[in-house]
Design a protein around this ligand. Structure first.
Ligand SMILES: [Zn+2]
Length: 557
């Protein structure tokens, strides 16, 4: 406790903000707004929600469990007590999110007939798949295979792997990732949405394909085959189908299996990969046909997003909104760890994100004058099952996408102390950068981009679903350079955490947690959202960004 008080007293942030106010700049925060932030975004305001949400009593907040219901009730009650209005369906605090689970009972071998003979791919060793449909069975009947390169259509990069070729009813063989050898193409090494498997399956569905086989290599996936095996081996969760096009099967094959497969189809994998690295690539038919059918175990459960609105003060701008988000779900009760603990408390992931959004909600509500734009606090469901709550919100938004000024997402929070840096996942994509950078610099710190750009973190938390409907979005993640700690300490701790705590029962709050860093990080988000809510114009994507087209479409409506 003494340490916490001492480090707060040493806080640079307060003095820096007061100095900055003397010279008026576009990102200055008025003194009365800073006063509110300091009074509301406190250690207690952050710690209390984490203690509650991550307690064993909430049983890990697994979707559709009693712990889930209690977490939602608590979040709605907090918002109501702060003066927010219900922002959910039918005048309530919740937006229902139905979740469908499918477990595909795949055949032990998947057979292909090729011009150079027959190939059997062994389940798990050679191929793995999930069902693309939510029905009790899925089937592909005598479909031809086509190699479609990366399976990407990106007008902003003048890239089209399909070239108008009809691939309806076919099984598409695709490369993972996106073109990464040229910094001017698909942001170089940074993995864009086009490089993610979700995009590949959606792209195939849009073309009416029957199925997809993504060729796995560790380099292109960013993770080994075992990760594909374990993440696709069990139940897969989705939102209920709403009549959108769907493929029957979402598959993966090892590089070795893909090599054998295309060889049986009269082609050489290396030559196909080389051909795919060109804008002039055209789909290559493989002399291969296949049939596969399997049963699905289908389950349906119900959870909900929690939403509260603080209406804006400007009669016109109040139709527009700044959305803060944090997922409230975690894994519930599951496999015991080595200590026998079965409760996946999710203290950091993501009770700490909920706590930061609640603290920001507190500060917004306590302002002497309401922000001009409205503020929506959105606690989304089912993130751990594939960003389901935020996806549902993006498909059924309570404010039109063109009226959503920005999304600021929190997934995790810093409980190790103050850092000299703050990570902005999504840095380099929109005008939110300038705002966040100015704010972080006024705290005497540096804003840094995603430290692992090849892992595609921007696409792995809820802000991504806002970006997909065109909303400029940022997700603040911990810094690594801790004040008063030796160089490398932060990274080391982050790596240890990833190995021993992430998504394990040991993600719990204890007395080693300190909140001075989290206070600063949450304050940045509060000030950033306040600035966005006050500004005459809404934030914009950087020209040529992958989500710019979606924004233009949203603003035209
Ligand atoms: Zn999370």
């Amino acid at each position: 406790m003494t340490i916490k008080i001492l480090s707060r007293a040493l806080s640079l942030a307060s003095t820096l903000f007061v100095c900055a106010a003397a010279v008026a700049g576009p990102f200055d925060i008025p003194a009365n707004v800073q006063t509110v932030a300091k009074a509301q975004i406190t250690a207690g305001a952050l710690e209390a929600p984490i203690r509650f949400l991550a307690s064993d009593a909430l049983e890990g907040r697994g979707p559709a469990t009693r712990g889930d219901a209690l977490a939602r009730l608590y979040l709605a009650a907090e918002l109501q007590s702060l003066g927010y209005l219900p922002g959910g369906e039918k005048g309530g605090w919740e937006q229902t999110v139905d979740v469908v689970g499918t477990t595909a009972q795949l055949p032990a071998a998947w057979s292909f007939a090729g011009k150079n003979g027959k190939v059997d791919l062994k389940l798990s060793d050679d191929y793995i798949a999930g069902s693309g449909v939510q029905t009790p069975g899925a089937a592909i009947n005598d479909a031809a295979l086509v190699f479609v390169g990366y399976g990407i259509e990106a007008p902003e990069y003048k890239w089209d792997d399909f070239k108008g070729v009809d691939v309806k009813g076919k099984v598409l063989v695709m490369l993972n990732n996106d073109p990464d050898w040229d910094p001017k193409l698909f942001a170089g090494k940074t993995r864009l949405y086009y490089g993610r498997w979700v995009y590949k399956y959606e792209s195939a569905a849009r073309h009416g394909a029957a199925g997809v086989i993504i060729v796995h290599t560790t380099a292109s996936a960013g993770y080994p085959w075992q990760v594909v095996q374990s993440s696709w081996g069990g139940e897969q969760f989705e939102l209920p189908a709403e009549g959108e096009p769907r493929i029957q099967l979402k598959g993966w094959a090892t590089e070795d299996a893909a090599r054998r497969l295309v060889k049986a189809g009269g082609q050489d994998l290396d030559k196909l990969i080389a051909a795919a690295k060109s804008r002039s690539f055209k789909p290559v038919p493989l002399a291969l046909r296949t049939s596969i059918s399997f049963d699905n175990k289908v389950s349906r459960v119900r959870t909900a997003n929690v939403a509260g609105v603080l209406p804006g003060s400007d009669p016109k701008l109040r139709e527009q909104v700044v959305i803060y988000s944090a997922h409230h779900d975690h894994f519930g009760i599951g496999e015991p760890d080595e200590t026998g603990d079965t409760i996946y408390n999710g203290a950091e992931d993501n009770a700490s994100g909920c706590a930061q959004v609640l603290a920001i909600a507190r500060a917004m509500a306590a302002l002497p004058e309401r922000p001009r734009r409205s503020i929506l606090m959105l606690f989304v469901a089912g993130e751990e099952q594939g960003l389901l709550g935020s996806r549902y919100y993006s498909l059924h938004p309570t404010f039109a996408p063109g009226k959503i000024a920005a999304n600021i997402n929190y997934d995790g929070g810093d409980y190790r102390g103050r850092t000299l840096d703050l990570t902005a996942i999504g840095y380099g994509k929109s005008s939110l950068d300038g705002i966040a950078r100015a704010l972080v610099e006024k705290q005497g710190r540096t804003l840094v981009p995603d430290q692992f750009p090849d892992r595609g973190y921007f696409y792995r938390s809820d802000q991504f679903n806002f970006a997909k409907i065109g909303v400029p979005a940022l997700y603040f993640d911990n810094g690594t350079n801790y004040l008063g700690k030796p160089a490398g300490w932060g990274r080391e701790r982050a790596e240890q955490w990833e190995e021993h705590v992430y998504h394990q029962p040991s993600d719990e709050i204890d007395d080693t947690w300190v909140f001075d860093g989290m206070i600063e990080d949450a304050s940045v988000g509060f000030y950033a959202g306040w600035l966005v809510a006050q500004a005459d114009a809404m934030p914009t994507w950087n020209p040529g960004d992958e989500f710019e087209a979606a924004r233009k479409k949203a603003l035209a409506h």
